[in-house]
Design a protein around this ligand. Structure first.
Ligand code: BES
Ligand code: ZN
Length: 604
Protein backbone atom coordinates (compact mmCIF):
# COMPACT_ATOMS: atom_id res chain seq x y z
CA UNK A 1 0.00 0.00 0.00
CA UNK A 2 1.56 3.29 -1.06
CA UNK A 3 0.70 6.16 1.24
CA UNK A 4 0.45 8.74 -1.50
CA UNK A 5 -2.70 7.23 -3.00
CA UNK A 6 -4.57 7.53 0.29
CA UNK A 7 -6.97 10.39 0.94
CA UNK A 8 -5.72 12.90 3.45
CA UNK A 9 -7.81 11.75 6.41
CA UNK A 10 -6.40 8.24 6.06
CA UNK A 11 -2.94 9.64 5.70
CA UNK A 12 -3.36 11.46 8.98
CA UNK A 13 -4.64 8.24 10.55
CA UNK A 14 -1.58 6.34 9.31
CA UNK A 15 0.67 8.97 10.81
CA UNK A 16 -0.73 8.02 14.16
CA UNK A 17 0.66 4.54 13.52
CA UNK A 18 4.27 5.51 13.83
CA UNK A 19 5.66 2.37 12.33
CA UNK A 20 3.41 1.69 9.39
CA UNK A 21 5.16 -0.74 7.03
CA UNK A 22 7.76 1.11 5.03
CA UNK A 23 10.07 0.25 2.15
CA UNK A 24 13.53 -0.98 3.12
CA UNK A 25 15.64 1.66 4.79
CA UNK A 26 18.25 3.22 2.52
CA UNK A 27 21.87 2.38 3.39
CA UNK A 28 23.50 5.15 5.40
CA UNK A 29 27.30 5.19 5.38
CA UNK A 30 27.34 7.32 8.53
CA UNK A 31 25.73 4.74 10.78
CA UNK A 32 26.79 1.28 11.94
CA UNK A 33 23.15 0.21 12.31
CA UNK A 34 21.57 -2.48 10.16
CA UNK A 35 17.95 -1.38 10.50
CA UNK A 36 16.58 -3.73 7.86
CA UNK A 37 17.53 -6.63 10.17
CA UNK A 38 16.69 -5.18 13.58
CA UNK A 39 15.19 -1.71 13.82
CA UNK A 40 14.62 0.58 16.78
CA UNK A 41 11.11 2.09 16.75
CA UNK A 42 10.93 3.86 20.11
CA UNK A 43 13.36 5.13 22.73
CA UNK A 44 12.43 5.65 26.39
CA UNK A 45 15.08 7.71 28.18
CA UNK A 46 15.60 7.95 31.94
CA UNK A 47 18.41 10.36 32.64
CA UNK A 48 19.77 12.23 35.64
CA UNK A 49 21.79 15.38 34.94
CA UNK A 50 24.83 16.00 37.11
CA UNK A 51 26.10 19.53 36.44
CA UNK A 52 29.08 19.19 38.76
CA UNK A 53 30.37 16.15 36.89
CA UNK A 54 29.04 17.35 33.52
CA UNK A 55 27.52 13.96 33.04
CA UNK A 56 24.14 12.47 32.17
CA UNK A 57 23.54 8.94 33.39
CA UNK A 58 20.71 6.45 33.35
CA UNK A 59 19.09 4.14 30.86
CA UNK A 60 17.53 4.06 27.44
CA UNK A 61 15.01 1.36 26.59
CA UNK A 62 14.83 0.65 22.87
CA UNK A 63 11.72 -0.99 21.38
CA UNK A 64 12.50 -3.19 18.39
CA UNK A 65 11.08 -4.72 15.24
CA UNK A 66 13.07 -7.70 14.03
CA UNK A 67 12.70 -8.65 10.35
CA UNK A 68 15.74 -10.92 10.82
CA UNK A 69 15.16 -12.90 14.02
CA UNK A 70 18.76 -14.09 14.17
CA UNK A 71 20.43 -10.75 13.77
CA UNK A 72 21.95 -8.78 16.64
CA UNK A 73 20.82 -5.25 17.42
CA UNK A 74 23.47 -2.80 16.24
CA UNK A 75 23.34 0.76 17.57
CA UNK A 76 25.67 3.75 17.24
CA UNK A 77 27.60 5.16 20.18
CA UNK A 78 30.37 7.69 20.57
CA UNK A 79 32.37 8.43 23.70
CA UNK A 80 29.73 6.84 25.96
CA UNK A 81 30.38 4.51 28.88
CA UNK A 82 28.15 1.47 28.44
CA UNK A 83 27.50 -0.09 31.85
CA UNK A 84 25.00 -2.89 31.24
CA UNK A 85 22.51 -4.25 28.72
CA UNK A 86 19.44 -6.25 29.72
CA UNK A 87 16.31 -7.72 28.16
CA UNK A 88 12.85 -6.53 29.15
CA UNK A 89 12.80 -8.75 32.25
CA UNK A 90 16.10 -7.36 33.49
CA UNK A 91 18.32 -10.31 32.64
CA UNK A 92 21.67 -9.47 31.05
CA UNK A 93 22.34 -9.62 27.30
CA UNK A 94 25.78 -10.09 25.78
CA UNK A 95 27.19 -7.05 24.04
CA UNK A 96 30.39 -5.88 22.37
CA UNK A 97 31.74 -2.51 21.31
CA UNK A 98 33.40 -2.31 17.90
CA UNK A 99 36.63 -0.51 17.07
CA UNK A 100 36.27 3.27 17.45
CA UNK A 101 36.12 5.37 14.30
CA UNK A 102 37.11 9.00 14.71
CA UNK A 103 34.07 10.28 12.82
CA UNK A 104 31.42 7.64 13.41
CA UNK A 105 32.16 6.43 16.93
CA UNK A 106 31.64 2.79 17.88
CA UNK A 107 29.08 0.14 17.01
CA UNK A 108 27.41 -1.47 20.01
CA UNK A 109 26.24 -4.97 19.04
CA UNK A 110 23.74 -6.68 21.32
CA UNK A 111 22.90 -10.38 21.11
CA UNK A 112 19.14 -10.70 21.30
CA UNK A 113 17.13 -13.64 22.62
CA UNK A 114 14.11 -15.14 20.90
CA UNK A 115 11.38 -13.12 22.60
CA UNK A 116 13.20 -9.80 22.92
CA UNK A 117 11.07 -6.94 21.68
CA UNK A 118 13.09 -4.39 23.63
CA UNK A 119 16.43 -3.95 25.38
CA UNK A 120 17.59 -1.59 28.09
CA UNK A 121 21.04 0.00 28.01
CA UNK A 122 22.50 1.51 31.18
CA UNK A 123 25.10 4.15 30.33
CA UNK A 124 26.62 7.51 31.07
CA UNK A 125 27.96 10.32 28.95
CA UNK A 126 31.53 11.64 29.21
CA UNK A 127 33.30 14.98 28.88
CA UNK A 128 33.88 14.02 25.26
CA UNK A 129 30.18 13.62 24.44
CA UNK A 130 30.13 16.16 21.63
CA UNK A 131 26.36 16.65 21.56
CA UNK A 132 26.28 18.16 25.03
CA UNK A 133 27.49 21.57 26.00
CA UNK A 134 27.60 22.14 29.76
CA UNK A 135 27.85 25.85 30.52
CA UNK A 136 29.21 27.37 33.69
CA UNK A 137 26.96 29.99 35.33
CA UNK A 138 29.26 32.73 34.00
CA UNK A 139 28.33 31.70 30.45
CA UNK A 140 24.64 32.43 31.01
CA UNK A 141 22.73 35.71 31.12
CA UNK A 142 21.70 35.20 34.76
CA UNK A 143 25.15 34.18 35.90
CA UNK A 144 23.82 32.15 38.83
CA UNK A 145 22.90 28.73 37.43
CA UNK A 146 24.61 26.34 35.03
CA UNK A 147 23.07 25.43 31.69
CA UNK A 148 23.04 22.39 29.42
CA UNK A 149 21.92 21.96 25.85
CA UNK A 150 22.31 19.19 23.30
CA UNK A 151 22.81 19.38 19.54
CA UNK A 152 22.10 16.19 17.61
CA UNK A 153 22.49 17.10 13.96
CA UNK A 154 24.12 15.64 12.07
CA UNK A 155 25.61 12.58 13.82
CA UNK A 156 26.02 13.72 17.41
CA UNK A 157 22.96 12.14 19.04
CA UNK A 158 24.96 8.92 19.41
CA UNK A 159 27.27 10.78 21.82
CA UNK A 160 24.46 11.22 24.36
CA UNK A 161 22.06 8.35 23.53
CA UNK A 162 23.03 4.94 22.20
CA UNK A 163 20.63 4.34 19.30
CA UNK A 164 20.43 3.85 15.52
CA UNK A 165 21.62 7.32 14.64
CA UNK A 166 20.57 7.48 11.02
CA UNK A 167 18.04 9.91 9.49
CA UNK A 168 16.42 6.94 7.72
CA UNK A 169 15.46 5.33 11.05
CA UNK A 170 12.47 7.18 12.49
CA UNK A 171 11.55 6.69 16.11
CA UNK A 172 9.11 8.04 18.65
CA UNK A 173 10.47 8.87 22.08
CA UNK A 174 9.65 9.60 25.69
CA UNK A 175 11.87 10.77 28.50
CA UNK A 176 12.10 11.19 32.26
CA UNK A 177 14.70 13.78 33.19
CA UNK A 178 15.96 14.50 36.69
CA UNK A 179 17.88 17.72 37.33
CA UNK A 180 18.75 19.97 40.28
CA UNK A 181 16.01 22.11 41.86
CA UNK A 182 15.69 25.53 40.31
CA UNK A 183 16.46 24.30 36.81
CA UNK A 184 13.86 23.47 34.18
CA UNK A 185 14.45 20.89 31.45
CA UNK A 186 12.77 21.25 28.05
CA UNK A 187 12.85 18.84 25.11
CA UNK A 188 11.83 18.51 21.47
CA UNK A 189 8.64 16.80 22.64
CA UNK A 190 5.36 17.39 24.43
CA UNK A 191 5.85 18.40 28.07
CA UNK A 192 4.00 16.21 30.50
CA UNK A 193 4.93 17.86 33.77
CA UNK A 194 6.75 16.57 36.83
CA UNK A 195 5.97 13.15 38.32
CA UNK A 196 5.72 12.33 42.03
CA UNK A 197 9.45 11.58 42.16
CA UNK A 198 10.32 15.00 40.81
CA UNK A 199 11.33 13.79 37.34
CA UNK A 200 10.16 15.81 34.31
CA UNK A 201 8.30 13.81 31.67
CA UNK A 202 8.24 14.29 27.90
CA UNK A 203 6.70 12.40 25.03
CA UNK A 204 6.76 12.72 21.25
CA UNK A 205 4.27 10.60 19.33
CA UNK A 206 5.39 11.63 15.86
CA UNK A 207 8.24 9.48 14.49
CA UNK A 208 11.41 11.52 13.93
CA UNK A 209 14.99 10.96 12.86
CA UNK A 210 17.20 10.68 15.96
CA UNK A 211 19.13 13.86 15.17
CA UNK A 212 16.01 15.76 16.28
CA UNK A 213 16.01 14.50 19.88
CA UNK A 214 17.07 17.48 21.96
CA UNK A 215 17.29 18.61 25.56
CA UNK A 216 18.06 21.93 27.21
CA UNK A 217 18.14 22.60 30.95
CA UNK A 218 18.77 25.79 32.85
CA UNK A 219 17.06 28.57 34.71
CA UNK A 220 14.21 29.11 32.28
CA UNK A 221 11.11 31.25 32.02
CA UNK A 222 8.29 31.00 29.49
CA UNK A 223 6.21 33.65 27.68
CA UNK A 224 3.19 32.78 25.62
CA UNK A 225 3.05 34.26 22.11
CA UNK A 226 -0.26 32.65 21.04
CA UNK A 227 -2.24 29.60 22.20
CA UNK A 228 0.16 27.23 20.44
CA UNK A 229 3.37 29.29 20.36
CA UNK A 230 5.65 30.54 23.08
CA UNK A 231 9.24 31.29 23.96
CA UNK A 232 11.57 29.92 26.63
CA UNK A 233 14.64 31.83 27.74
CA UNK A 234 16.51 32.82 30.85
CA UNK A 235 14.35 35.18 32.95
CA UNK A 236 16.39 38.29 32.06
CA UNK A 237 16.11 37.56 28.33
CA UNK A 238 12.56 36.29 27.98
CA UNK A 239 10.78 39.66 27.59
CA UNK A 240 13.11 40.84 24.90
CA UNK A 241 12.76 37.46 23.17
CA UNK A 242 8.96 37.56 23.32
CA UNK A 243 8.96 41.03 21.74
CA UNK A 244 11.36 40.03 18.99
CA UNK A 245 9.47 36.83 18.14
CA UNK A 246 5.97 38.30 18.26
CA UNK A 247 5.26 37.37 14.62
CA UNK A 248 5.73 33.64 15.20
CA UNK A 249 2.04 32.65 15.16
CA UNK A 250 1.54 34.58 11.93
CA UNK A 251 4.44 32.70 10.43
CA UNK A 252 2.93 29.35 11.41
CA UNK A 253 -0.34 30.37 9.79
CA UNK A 254 1.40 31.49 6.61
CA UNK A 255 3.30 28.21 6.49
CA UNK A 256 0.14 26.17 6.98
CA UNK A 257 -1.54 27.98 4.09
CA UNK A 258 1.43 27.22 1.87
CA UNK A 259 2.57 23.78 2.97
CA UNK A 260 -0.35 22.09 4.74
CA UNK A 261 -1.29 21.53 8.39
CA UNK A 262 1.29 21.98 11.13
CA UNK A 263 1.46 18.43 12.45
CA UNK A 264 3.47 18.82 15.65
CA UNK A 265 1.10 20.36 18.20
CA UNK A 266 2.95 23.28 19.77
CA UNK A 267 5.55 25.48 18.11
CA UNK A 268 7.78 26.96 20.80
CA UNK A 269 11.27 28.42 20.68
CA UNK A 270 14.04 28.49 23.23
CA UNK A 271 16.58 31.31 23.12
CA UNK A 272 19.80 29.74 24.39
CA UNK A 273 22.94 31.30 25.84
CA UNK A 274 25.24 32.81 23.20
CA UNK A 275 27.62 29.85 22.93
CA UNK A 276 25.00 27.93 20.93
CA UNK A 277 26.98 27.10 17.78
CA UNK A 278 24.16 27.62 15.27
CA UNK A 279 21.70 30.32 14.42
CA UNK A 280 18.87 27.90 14.92
CA UNK A 281 18.11 24.21 15.12
CA UNK A 282 14.72 22.87 14.11
CA UNK A 283 14.11 20.54 17.04
CA UNK A 284 10.45 19.48 16.74
CA UNK A 285 7.93 21.43 18.84
CA UNK A 286 10.86 23.51 20.16
CA UNK A 287 13.23 25.40 17.89
CA UNK A 288 16.60 26.10 19.53
CA UNK A 289 17.85 29.61 18.70
CA UNK A 290 20.86 31.83 19.27
CA UNK A 291 20.32 35.04 21.24
CA UNK A 292 22.17 36.86 18.44
CA UNK A 293 18.83 37.12 16.60
CA UNK A 294 17.58 39.51 19.29
CA UNK A 295 18.49 42.69 17.41
CA UNK A 296 15.76 44.76 19.06
CA UNK A 297 14.03 45.54 15.77
CA UNK A 298 12.78 42.12 14.54
CA UNK A 299 15.15 42.39 11.59
CA UNK A 300 16.62 38.90 11.97
CA UNK A 301 13.41 36.85 12.22
CA UNK A 302 14.02 35.09 8.91
CA UNK A 303 15.73 32.58 11.16
CA UNK A 304 12.39 31.75 12.77
CA UNK A 305 10.79 31.37 9.34
CA UNK A 306 13.66 29.02 8.47
CA UNK A 307 13.47 26.77 11.52
CA UNK A 308 9.67 26.75 11.34
CA UNK A 309 9.80 25.73 7.66
CA UNK A 310 11.78 22.67 8.74
CA UNK A 311 8.56 21.47 10.40
CA UNK A 312 7.72 20.44 6.81
CA UNK A 313 11.04 20.25 4.96
CA UNK A 314 13.33 18.16 7.13
CA UNK A 315 11.17 17.09 10.03
CA UNK A 316 8.20 15.73 8.01
CA UNK A 317 10.05 14.79 4.82
CA UNK A 318 13.56 14.03 6.04
CA UNK A 319 16.79 13.54 4.11
CA UNK A 320 17.28 9.76 4.09
CA UNK A 321 21.06 10.12 4.15
CA UNK A 322 23.38 13.09 4.65
CA UNK A 323 24.12 13.04 0.92
CA UNK A 324 20.52 14.23 0.48
CA UNK A 325 21.01 17.11 2.96
CA UNK A 326 19.97 19.62 0.29
CA UNK A 327 16.44 18.16 0.50
CA UNK A 328 16.37 19.47 4.08
CA UNK A 329 18.11 22.80 3.69
CA UNK A 330 17.45 23.80 0.08
CA UNK A 331 13.72 23.19 0.52
CA UNK A 332 13.84 25.02 3.82
CA UNK A 333 15.53 28.13 2.45
CA UNK A 334 12.94 28.15 -0.33
CA UNK A 335 10.05 27.72 2.13
CA UNK A 336 11.54 30.25 4.56
CA UNK A 337 11.59 32.79 1.75
CA UNK A 338 7.95 32.10 0.89
CA UNK A 339 6.95 32.66 4.53
CA UNK A 340 8.96 35.91 4.61
CA UNK A 341 7.19 37.02 1.46
CA UNK A 342 3.74 36.49 3.02
CA UNK A 343 4.63 38.39 6.18
CA UNK A 344 6.89 41.17 4.93
CA UNK A 345 6.43 41.36 1.17
CA UNK A 346 8.30 40.30 -1.94
CA UNK A 347 10.95 43.00 -1.78
CA UNK A 348 12.27 42.05 1.66
CA UNK A 349 12.13 38.32 0.88
CA UNK A 350 13.92 38.68 -2.45
CA UNK A 351 16.52 41.03 -0.96
CA UNK A 352 17.42 38.53 1.75
CA UNK A 353 17.66 35.74 -0.86
CA UNK A 354 19.97 37.79 -3.07
CA UNK A 355 22.39 38.25 -0.16
CA UNK A 356 22.54 34.48 0.20
CA UNK A 357 23.10 34.06 -3.55
CA UNK A 358 26.05 36.44 -3.33
CA UNK A 359 27.53 34.33 -0.55
CA UNK A 360 26.92 31.16 -2.56
CA UNK A 361 28.78 32.57 -5.56
CA UNK A 362 31.71 33.66 -3.42
CA UNK A 363 31.85 30.25 -1.79
CA UNK A 364 31.60 28.28 -5.05
CA UNK A 365 34.72 30.10 -6.21
CA UNK A 366 36.69 28.58 -3.32
CA UNK A 367 35.27 25.05 -3.17
CA UNK A 368 36.41 21.73 -4.55
CA UNK A 369 34.08 20.32 -7.22
CA UNK A 370 32.56 17.64 -4.94
CA UNK A 371 31.41 20.30 -2.45
CA UNK A 372 29.52 22.14 -5.19
CA UNK A 373 27.22 19.20 -5.92
CA UNK A 374 23.72 19.08 -4.37
CA UNK A 375 23.62 15.29 -4.12
CA UNK A 376 27.00 14.96 -2.45
CA UNK A 377 29.35 12.01 -2.42
CA UNK A 378 30.32 11.78 1.26
CA UNK A 379 32.25 8.53 1.13
CA UNK A 380 35.12 8.76 3.60
CA UNK A 381 33.82 12.10 4.87
CA UNK A 382 31.94 13.45 7.86
CA UNK A 383 28.45 14.71 6.97
CA UNK A 384 29.40 18.19 8.15
CA UNK A 385 32.16 18.32 5.52
CA UNK A 386 29.33 18.90 3.05
CA UNK A 387 28.01 21.89 4.99
CA UNK A 388 28.12 25.10 2.93
CA UNK A 389 25.90 27.51 1.02
CA UNK A 390 25.51 24.83 -1.66
CA UNK A 391 22.81 22.64 -0.05
CA UNK A 392 21.09 25.80 1.21
CA UNK A 393 21.14 28.36 -1.55
CA UNK A 394 21.92 26.32 -4.65
CA UNK A 395 19.20 23.95 -3.41
CA UNK A 396 16.72 26.80 -3.03
CA UNK A 397 17.62 28.22 -6.45
CA UNK A 398 16.92 24.84 -8.01
CA UNK A 399 13.38 25.02 -6.64
CA UNK A 400 12.96 28.66 -7.73
CA UNK A 401 13.98 27.53 -11.20
CA UNK A 402 11.44 24.68 -11.23
CA UNK A 403 8.74 27.06 -10.04
CA UNK A 404 9.54 29.41 -12.91
CA UNK A 405 8.86 26.63 -15.42
CA UNK A 406 5.43 25.53 -14.20
CA UNK A 407 4.22 28.75 -12.56
CA UNK A 408 3.48 29.37 -8.93
CA UNK A 409 0.01 27.80 -8.77
CA UNK A 410 1.08 24.40 -10.04
CA UNK A 411 4.37 24.52 -8.19
CA UNK A 412 2.67 25.27 -4.88
CA UNK A 413 0.30 22.35 -5.37
CA UNK A 414 3.27 20.10 -6.07
CA UNK A 415 5.19 21.34 -3.05
CA UNK A 416 2.31 20.79 -0.70
CA UNK A 417 1.77 17.35 -2.25
CA UNK A 418 5.44 16.52 -1.72
CA UNK A 419 5.06 17.10 2.02
CA UNK A 420 1.76 15.20 2.21
CA UNK A 421 3.04 12.23 0.22
CA UNK A 422 6.23 11.95 2.25
CA UNK A 423 5.01 13.03 5.67
CA UNK A 424 6.95 11.23 8.42
CA UNK A 425 9.14 9.52 5.84
CA UNK A 426 12.76 9.77 4.86
CA UNK A 427 13.39 10.78 1.25
CA UNK A 428 16.25 10.58 -1.24
CA UNK A 429 17.22 12.83 -4.12
CA UNK A 430 15.91 10.09 -6.45
CA UNK A 431 12.51 10.19 -4.69
CA UNK A 432 12.34 13.89 -5.50
CA UNK A 433 13.23 13.34 -9.14
CA UNK A 434 10.64 10.54 -9.39
CA UNK A 435 7.96 12.77 -7.89
CA UNK A 436 8.85 15.57 -10.31
CA UNK A 437 8.75 13.29 -13.33
CA UNK A 438 5.33 12.02 -12.33
CA UNK A 439 3.71 15.25 -11.13
CA UNK A 440 5.40 17.97 -13.18
CA UNK A 441 6.71 16.25 -16.32
CA UNK A 442 7.31 19.50 -18.22
CA UNK A 443 9.63 20.75 -15.49
CA UNK A 444 11.49 17.49 -15.72
CA UNK A 445 11.78 17.99 -19.49
CA UNK A 446 12.73 21.66 -19.58
CA UNK A 447 15.28 21.65 -16.77
CA UNK A 448 18.49 19.65 -16.81
CA UNK A 449 17.75 17.95 -13.51
CA UNK A 450 20.88 15.82 -13.48
CA UNK A 451 23.01 18.89 -14.00
CA UNK A 452 21.36 20.57 -11.00
CA UNK A 453 21.64 17.60 -8.67
CA UNK A 454 24.83 15.84 -9.75
CA UNK A 455 27.16 18.47 -11.24
CA UNK A 456 29.35 21.13 -9.60
CA UNK A 457 28.87 24.84 -10.20
CA UNK A 458 25.76 26.91 -10.73
CA UNK A 459 23.80 26.00 -13.90
CA UNK A 460 23.37 28.77 -16.48
CA UNK A 461 19.59 28.77 -15.93
CA UNK A 462 19.97 29.60 -12.22
CA UNK A 463 17.57 32.45 -11.40
CA UNK A 464 19.19 35.77 -10.60
CA UNK A 465 16.68 37.96 -8.78
CA UNK A 466 17.23 41.72 -8.55
CA UNK A 467 15.73 44.14 -6.06
CA UNK A 468 15.37 47.91 -5.91
CA UNK A 469 16.55 47.91 -2.33
CA UNK A 470 19.93 46.48 -3.30
CA UNK A 471 20.27 48.58 -6.43
CA UNK A 472 19.80 51.63 -4.21
CA UNK A 473 22.61 50.46 -1.92
CA UNK A 474 24.93 49.76 -4.83
CA UNK A 475 24.32 53.29 -6.08
CA UNK A 476 25.26 54.73 -2.70
CA UNK A 477 28.41 52.58 -2.51
CA UNK A 478 29.41 53.93 -5.91
CA UNK A 479 28.70 57.48 -4.74
CA UNK A 480 30.79 56.92 -1.61
CA UNK A 481 33.68 55.59 -3.67
CA UNK A 482 33.25 58.63 -5.88
CA UNK A 483 33.77 60.93 -2.90
CA UNK A 484 30.34 61.45 -1.27
CA UNK A 485 30.73 61.65 2.49
CA UNK A 486 29.11 59.00 4.70
CA UNK A 487 26.70 61.50 6.25
CA UNK A 488 25.29 62.43 2.84
CA UNK A 489 24.46 58.85 1.83
CA UNK A 490 20.74 58.15 1.37
CA UNK A 491 20.65 55.43 3.99
CA UNK A 492 17.97 56.64 6.40
CA UNK A 493 15.52 53.76 5.89
CA UNK A 494 17.93 50.92 5.20
CA UNK A 495 17.17 47.43 6.46
CA UNK A 496 19.75 45.07 7.95
CA UNK A 497 20.09 43.34 4.58
CA UNK A 498 20.85 46.67 2.92
CA UNK A 499 23.49 47.53 5.53
CA UNK A 500 25.12 44.15 4.98
CA UNK A 501 25.20 44.77 1.25
CA UNK A 502 26.76 48.16 1.90
CA UNK A 503 29.48 46.79 4.18
CA UNK A 504 30.28 43.95 1.77
CA UNK A 505 30.44 46.37 -1.14
CA UNK A 506 33.00 48.74 0.40
CA UNK A 507 36.49 48.88 -1.10
CA UNK A 508 39.17 46.71 0.50
CA UNK A 509 41.49 49.65 0.95
CA UNK A 510 39.88 52.15 3.30
CA UNK A 511 42.15 54.40 5.33
CA UNK A 512 41.90 54.67 9.12
CA UNK A 513 40.20 58.09 8.88
CA UNK A 514 37.72 56.67 6.35
CA UNK A 515 36.89 53.77 8.66
CA UNK A 516 36.54 56.25 11.52
CA UNK A 517 34.20 58.48 9.52
CA UNK A 518 31.99 55.53 8.59
CA UNK A 519 31.88 54.42 12.21
CA UNK A 520 31.12 57.93 13.39
CA UNK A 521 28.27 58.30 10.91
CA UNK A 522 26.66 54.87 11.35
CA UNK A 523 27.86 53.57 14.77
CA UNK A 524 28.78 50.14 13.44
CA UNK A 525 31.08 49.30 16.36
CA UNK A 526 28.27 49.94 18.83
CA UNK A 527 25.52 48.30 16.79
CA UNK A 528 23.28 45.89 18.68
CA UNK A 529 22.73 43.91 15.51
CA UNK A 530 24.97 40.83 15.51
CA UNK A 531 25.01 40.49 11.72
CA UNK A 532 26.16 44.08 11.28
CA UNK A 533 28.71 43.89 14.12
CA UNK A 534 30.17 40.72 12.64
CA UNK A 535 30.43 42.17 9.13
CA UNK A 536 31.93 45.39 10.49
CA UNK A 537 34.47 43.57 12.66
CA UNK A 538 35.57 41.54 9.65
CA UNK A 539 36.19 44.79 7.81
CA UNK A 540 37.90 46.28 10.87
CA UNK A 541 40.30 43.34 11.11
CA UNK A 542 41.21 43.58 7.43
CA UNK A 543 41.86 47.32 7.78
CA UNK A 544 43.59 47.18 11.17
CA UNK A 545 40.94 49.53 12.59
CA UNK A 546 41.82 49.70 16.29
CA UNK A 547 38.69 51.34 17.75
CA UNK A 548 36.71 48.14 17.01
CA UNK A 549 39.21 45.89 18.87
CA UNK A 550 37.40 45.84 22.16
CA UNK A 551 34.06 45.12 20.54
CA UNK A 552 35.59 42.30 18.50
CA UNK A 553 37.19 40.74 21.55
CA UNK A 554 33.96 40.91 23.54
CA UNK A 555 32.04 39.39 20.62
CA UNK A 556 34.49 36.48 20.34
CA UNK A 557 34.35 35.98 24.10
CA UNK A 558 30.57 35.83 24.27
CA UNK A 559 29.30 34.51 20.97
CA UNK A 560 29.90 30.91 19.88
CA UNK A 561 27.81 30.95 16.71
CA UNK A 562 29.99 29.29 14.09
CA UNK A 563 28.68 31.39 11.22
CA UNK A 564 30.07 34.51 12.96
CA UNK A 565 33.25 33.32 14.62
CA UNK A 566 34.50 31.39 11.59
CA UNK A 567 34.89 34.44 9.29
CA UNK A 568 36.26 36.53 12.16
CA UNK A 569 39.01 34.07 13.08
CA UNK A 570 39.71 33.52 9.38
CA UNK A 571 40.19 37.27 8.92
CA UNK A 572 42.35 37.43 12.06
CA UNK A 573 44.55 34.59 10.84
CA UNK A 574 45.14 36.53 7.65
CA UNK A 575 45.83 39.87 9.33
CA UNK A 576 47.54 38.86 12.57
CA UNK A 577 47.94 35.11 13.20
CA UNK A 578 49.52 35.60 16.63
CA UNK A 579 46.52 37.57 17.80
CA UNK A 580 44.12 35.04 16.31
CA UNK A 581 45.86 32.23 18.21
CA UNK A 582 45.94 34.18 21.44
CA UNK A 583 42.23 35.02 21.30
CA UNK A 584 41.28 31.51 20.25
CA UNK A 585 43.31 30.00 23.08
CA UNK A 586 41.47 32.26 25.54
CA UNK A 587 38.03 31.47 24.18
CA UNK A 588 38.18 27.89 22.94
CA UNK A 589 36.89 26.29 26.14
CA UNK A 590 33.72 28.35 25.87
CA UNK A 591 32.87 27.19 22.34
CA UNK A 592 30.78 24.13 21.44
CA UNK A 593 32.53 21.11 19.88
CA UNK A 594 30.73 21.88 16.60
CA UNK A 595 32.46 25.26 16.50
CA UNK A 596 35.89 24.06 17.67
CA UNK A 597 35.65 21.22 15.16
CA UNK A 598 35.65 23.84 12.40
CA UNK A 599 37.92 26.42 14.05
CA UNK A 600 40.69 24.03 15.08
CA UNK A 601 41.30 23.60 11.36
CA UNK A 602 41.49 27.37 10.79
CA UNK A 603 43.44 28.64 13.80
CA UNK A 604 46.49 26.42 13.96
N1 BES B 1 19.52 22.39 10.65
C1 BES B 1 20.29 23.56 10.52
C2 BES B 1 21.50 23.57 11.43
C3 BES B 1 22.46 22.42 11.22
C4 BES B 1 22.80 21.99 9.94
C5 BES B 1 23.04 21.80 12.29
C6 BES B 1 23.69 20.93 9.78
C7 BES B 1 23.93 20.75 12.13
C8 BES B 1 24.26 20.31 10.87
C9 BES B 1 19.45 24.82 10.79
O1 BES B 1 18.16 24.72 10.30
C10 BES B 1 20.09 25.96 10.05
O2 BES B 1 20.20 25.88 8.86
N2 BES B 1 20.47 27.02 10.75
C11 BES B 1 21.06 28.21 10.18
C12 BES B 1 20.09 29.35 10.16
C13 BES B 1 19.36 29.57 8.92
C14 BES B 1 18.55 30.87 8.99
C15 BES B 1 20.12 29.46 7.64
C16 BES B 1 22.19 28.64 11.08
O3 BES B 1 22.37 28.05 12.14
O4 BES B 1 22.89 29.59 10.73
ZN1 ZN C 1 18.08 24.69 8.19
Amino acid sequence: MRLHVLPLFLLVACQALPHAPARPIVRDIHSFAEPNRVRVTHAALELALDFAKKEASGTVTLALVRPDERAPLVVDTKELVIEAVTGASGTPRRWTLGAPDEKLGQALSIELQGGDSSVRIRYRTTERSEAMQWLAPAQTAGGAQPFLFTQGQSILTRSWIPLQDSPGVRITYEARIRCPQGLTPVMSAERQGQDSLGAWRFKLEQPIPPYLIALACGELAFRELSPRCGVWAEPSVVEKAAWELADTEQMVQAAETLFGPYRWGRYDLIVLPPSFPFGGMENPTLTFATPTILAGDRSLVALVAHELAHSWSGNLATNATWSDFWLNEGFTVYCENRIMEVLYGRERAATELVLEIDKLKAELATQEPWQQVLHTDLRGKHPDDGFSEVPYTKGALFLVRLESVVGRARWDKFLRGWFDRHAFQSVTTQDFLDDLARELPEAAQQVDLAQWTEQPGLPADAPSPKTKALAAVDAEVAAYVGGKSPKELASADWTTAQWLRFLRGLPETLSAPQMGALDMAFHFTDSGNSEIVCQWCELAIAHGYGPADERLERFLREVGRRKFIKPLYTALMKADPARAKKLYAENRARYHSVATGTLDGIVK
